[in-house]
Design a protein around this ligand. Structure first.
Ligand SMILES: *Cc1c(COP(=O)(O)O)cnc(C)c1O
Length: 234
């Protein structure tokens, strides 16, 4: 085994141990939570090393970078999600690469994605991003009522499969603030399901390297981990 693969395996084992423990705190099962390897800034070789260790889900936040690194179609058993702010003019490029867009933050963007997906004769999973930290620098719907109004409209858009919600916890926040943000996303999902024609939102994408155990305790179904797996980014 190469040194890099050894290191990654060690990091992954630690992450798995923490995921298991955080899940058990709330009587949940590790297998109910998906681990995404956030591969921004990593080479395709590094990504394939993670793949060899059993990771199947990857996340990128820039369309251009994702496009330059990943082949189309994606290698068997590999899946990519878009997790960064998406501009309308990049939708056409990103759709063939990804199975989900987690960073949908406006009705306008959802309409554009739907239109493009229809013309490409494909469907795409959608997560709606909510800004739970109140940090203005962050993308995402600014509050619950805007999110709900948009989501109700999106139900009828073709080629979109609304899967759930996504958030980024407050950066450098204390544990209480982080926990509050994640609880807010969970409550938003419950409220939305009550407002929809049928309760079909199941996913909660929340938790990164610094806060994924808190996110799992608060109900995350998908955690997005970069640094703790691959090491510090340049
Ligand atoms: C970079 C990024 C992550 C992963 O961050 P780490 O702290 O390296 O684990 C997760 N989610 C989003 C949206 C990101 O941009």
């Amino acid at each position: 085994m190469s040194t890099y693969k050894d290191q990654l395996a060690k990091n992954l084992a630690l992450i798995e141990e923490k995921m298991e423990k955080a899940a058990s705190v709330r009587g949940r099962k590790r297998d109910d939570i998906r681990l995404m390897a956030v591969s921004k800034t990593r080479s395709f070789e590094e990504i394939m090393t993670a793949r060899e260790l059993g990771i199947t889900l990857f996340g990128e936040n820039r369309v251009q970078e994702a496009e330059s690194k990943f082949p189309v179609p994606m290698p068997a058993g590999m899946e990519l999600h878009m997790i960064g702010h998406l501009q309308s003019n990049k939708i056409k490029k990103v759709l063939p690469l990804v199975s989900a867009i987690q960073s949908v933050d406006s009705l306008k963007l959802a309409r554009e994605i739907s239109k493009r997906a229809v013309s490409l004769e494909m469907e795409v999973d959608i997560f709606l991003e909510l800004n739970t930290s109140g940090e203005v620098s962050k993308s995402g719907f600014p509050d619950y009522s805007t999110l709900e109004a948009a989501c109700l409209e999106m139900q009828s858009l073709p080629a979109l499969r609304l899967r759930g919600l996504m958030t980024i916890g407050p950066l450098g926040g204390n544990e209480a603030a982080i926990r509050r943000a994640f609880a807010e996303l969970r409550e938003a999902k419950e409220k939305l399901n009550g407002a929809l024609d049928s309760p079909f939102l199941t996913e909660l994408s929340m938790g990164m390297s610094g806060d994924f155990t808190i996110a799992i305790e608060e109900g995350a179904t998908l955690v997005r981990i970069g640094t703790t797996l691959f090491g510090a980014r340049d």
